[in-house]
Design a binder for this molecule. Structure first.
Ligand SMILES: Nc1nc2c(ncn2[C@@H]2O[C@H](COP(=O)(O)OP(=O)(O)OP(=O)(O)O)[C@@H](O)[C@H]2O)c(=O)[nH]1
Length: 407
């Protein structure tokens, strides 16, 4: 399982990853607490972010445009029919707001079928608009047909923004909304209707629908670009794990969370033994390859979605273990150490072993005092790592000085 840091817009488009953290911007946007996000599929969360945004704003948009259309059609359509139609728009969209509100209220999905509910309510709204355009179609006035087409086009255009993260939902929405009005206006049998106006109306509809599609694509591209930038800022380009910057942020957040929840928190620092000799003997290209393999092996040793690995420095790595006591951290450290030995990466020049090995320092706070800073824990892990180095390397040491050697 790969781990990612969830960004402001929830815009990770890769599936198969899991959220390990959400930043403040995302929390404000979705109003979801961290617990509701951790371990979730970011693609799903991205849809959720848009869905919640849509729920909030489309209620007003739909009602405003329904009212505008009713006013425009009022000279040619019976007021009672217009009133019924506005009422249906109000009921369907209020239902969507209610679902959204219920979702947000709990800070987590009210139902595991939430996306289905959202999609159904969205398509119901499209049906109401589409039915409205058929029932209220002003057969006798080309001018009013044009008004209707423009408003429907604007609604289609707006929908494309909110559903840009769900192309299939958007396609279904546009299919329900646009063809009925387009067919109706083209097949209209009233002789008085000017053919030029018919064509202009259909053209406007098409242009708005196509621009909606383009907008959807542009937005997806923008999101992908933002995701790429986010990765560049937080991911180490050589090893593809979190970089030092991401580590600092994750440490601070994890620390505050552990303090708040009265949970233990552990930090492990890991350093490749005699890596300079490895580089000097085999060259930097092989050194880079070894760093990648070691990073991957450390990442694969972590089981919980909340455990995080980062490249701390050149040949130094760090592991953050929320809700993990000293005993648990020691087990993980040894698991990683053995895994690296098991990689059998030959290191002929190492005075410690014929293979690449790690020295590991561990520090834990079983309970975090209010005046303690997380940097102190990292310093303790660093002292333990120093101990491990001076105790012969290829071992893990827990601060303060719980020596354990194997191999
Ligand atoms: N190939 C490669 N080497 C790196 C990278 N970053 C740091 N290094 C090398 O890692 C080595 C670190 O050397 P030292 O700090 O002396 O540590 P060491 O040789 O591992 O010795 P001990 O830590 O005492 O076991 C240096 O040779 C750096 O050039 C990198 O991105 N790629």
């Amino acid at each position: 399982m790969r781990q990612i840091i969830f960004s402001l817009y929830g815009n990770c488009l890769n599936s198969g990853q899991r959220i390990i953290w959400q930043n403040g911007g995302n929390k404000r946007k979705t109003n979801l607490i961290l617990d509701a996000s951790i371990g979730q599929d970011p693609l799903l969360r991205q849809r959720l972010t848009f869905a919640l945004g849509a729920w909030r704003s489309t209620w007003l948009n739909n009602l405003v445009f329904a009212a505008v259309l009713a006013l425009l059609l009022q000279p040619v359509i019976q007021p009672i029919a217009l009133a019924w139609w506005i009422l249906s728009v109000l009921v369907v969209n209020s239902g969507r707001v209610f679902i959204g509100w219920k979702y947000e209220k709990n800070g987590q999905p009210a139902s595991r079928y939430w996306y289905l509910i959202y999609a159904v309510s969205t398509l119901t709204s499209a049906i109401v608009w589409s039915a409205g355009s058929m029932i209220l179609f002003p057969e006798s006035s080309a001018k009013h047909q044009l008004y209707m087409i423009i408003v429907i086009g604007i609604i289609a255009h707006g929908a494309s923004y909110h559903h840009s993260s769900s192309p299939r939902l958007l396609a279904a929405y546009l299919l329900i909304l646009i063809p009925p009005s387009a067919i109706k206006i083209l097949l209209s049998s009233n002789d008085q209707i000017d053919m030029t106006l018919k064509l202009i109306g259909t053209l406007i509809l098409l242009v708005l629908a196509l621009s909606a599609k383009r907008m959807c694509r542009t937005q997806t591209e923008t999101m992908q670009l933002k995701e790429a930038l986010r990765k560049m800022a937080n991911i180490d380009s050589l090893t593809s794990i979190a970089n030092r910057r991401a580590f600092d942020e994750l440490l601070q957040k994890g620390w505050h969370q552990a303090k708040h929840r009265l949970q233990p928190y552990s930090v492990i620092l890991l350093d490749i033994d005699h890596f300079k000799l490895y580089n000097d003997y085999l060259g930097h290209v092989n050194g880079d390859r070894a760093l990648k393999l070691v990073a991957g092996a450390i990442r694969d040793s972590l089981e919980r979605a909340t455990d995080q690995v980062a490249r701390y420095g050149g040949e130094e790595f760090a592991v953050l273990l929320p809700n993990t006591d000293a005993k648990g951290a020691k087990i993980i450290a040894e698991k990683i150490r053995n895994k690296i030995v098991g990689l059998n990466l030959e290191h002929k020049k190492s005075p410690t072993s014929n293979f690449i090995t790690l020295s590991i320092g561990i520090a834990t706070r079983e309970q975090i005092c209010s005046n303690m800073h997380c940097r102190q824990l990292v310093e303790e892990a660093d002292s333990a790592l120093y101990y491990a180095k001076s105790s012969g390397r290829n071992c893990s040491i827990s601060y303060p000085q719980q020596f354990s050697r194997s191999a």
